[in-house]
Design a protein around this ligand. Sequence first.
Ligand SMILES: C[S@@+](CC[C@H](N)C(=O)[O-])C[C@H]1O[C@@H](n2cnc3c(N)ncnc32)[C@H](O)[C@@H]1O
Length: 438
Amino acid sequence: MNYQIKNPPDMETSLAKIKIILKREIGLDASTIGEATINKILNERMRSCNISELDEYYIYLSNNRQELPLLLETSVIPETWFFRDDKPFKLILEKISRQLLTYSKTPCRILCIPCSTGEEPYSISMFLHSNGMPETAFEIQAVDISHNSIGIARQGVYSKNSFRGIKAKEYINDYFTLSGSEYFLNEKIKSSIEFNRVNILDASALPFENKFDFILCRNLLIYFDIPTKEVAYKNMDNMLNDDGVLFIGHSEFGSVPEHIFTTTKLDSVFCLTKNKNPINKKEIGKKPCKNKKNKHSILKLMKPPEKKAFSDSERYKKNTPEPKANIIQKTSSDKKSAKNLLKQARTLADQGKLGQAESLCHEYIDKSGDHEDSFFLLGLINEASGNNTQAHNFYKKSLYLNPKHYETLIHLALIVEKEGDIETAKRLKERAERALKQ
Ligand SMILES: C[S@@+](CC[C@H](N)C(=O)[O-])C[C@H]1O[C@@H](n2cnc3c(N)ncnc32)[C@H](O)[C@@H]1O
């Protein structure tokens, strides 16, 4: 039987209430996964409960305690694979090697949050073991909200699907035993990780006592709205050592709260370090750290803005109004103050003040005539406000001016994916990968 979620008046209310529950329980902002996915999740649960109407399902959910965890399990996206992105691993290895050279007895502490079915923490462990690191030199903890995923992670038995990356295949012979179609992880690697079920938003349940040198929180923050992200960042700040490093996913640098973390590039890996000067950081427009080279805001994650001659904007002019003539001849102080506008816009956006950020972006466009970065930021702002159509348009404009704009490619891919255009999303992601390599 195919249960359709229809739209009688009450239905929207039930749907809205269920979305609120999802946000409250696991932080999921339903708009990030799109209506089609939400409908699929609800259809699946309704089918299991033999219920055909959403209103009825909502009542069932409210009256049956056992249903909520099942709904939450169905709503999480456990997509992961071995060596999905191993760029941070070398940095971790280097830190451990340095510690060994100083005969330090303190193990390097690493947290994977979320770890899903375990591929990410196990990849780190295999990498460190294969590079000769003694077991006593590091401790890896891994947590996730999903009981199912933690159960799978503890078993350490995987299918071919978990080895889709090229790197992963190099580790199969040394660390897995194939039996039938299943790959059994070797005991030494299995026992190197401690798995626990934890909600990243629940400060009371998180392991705060012994802080971590590295936290990997990749491919989770994209499902949160800005206030929820801020809670997650605060919790991670509390779990991270003062000189610790936080790794987030490529497409998650969009709304890092600057009063908590600073975006940094270490050995060509973008990551976050604690903002050691939070008071200054709150003051809009002030430089957050002395070492300018070390400071990479969302905008700096992109290709350094090229100073465009007016004629470079020809392609953009085809579908947008011509910029005002007086913006072309700019003195260096004009340019500096225009640049400050964009910086302030980004700070405001990171603080969730989206309306003010948007106005400053437009002011920046008027004053500087530099559109590439401002279009990207306008895209981010609209995306954060849930206005995906506008975000889509701004990202397209940004790409029009710079077809290799990595962050724009990733964000546009996520939006078209939500719109159901999987093929275009795939092509955009491939372009992003190529742009990153270049
Ligand atoms: C896409 S996976 C990412 C796994 C891995 N970090 C990676 O990048 O491959 C997202 C995971 O986040 C988990 N998750 C969702 N909400 C969570 C929350 N509030 N606290 C902890 N984990 C959560 C899900 O259960 C899912 O396993």
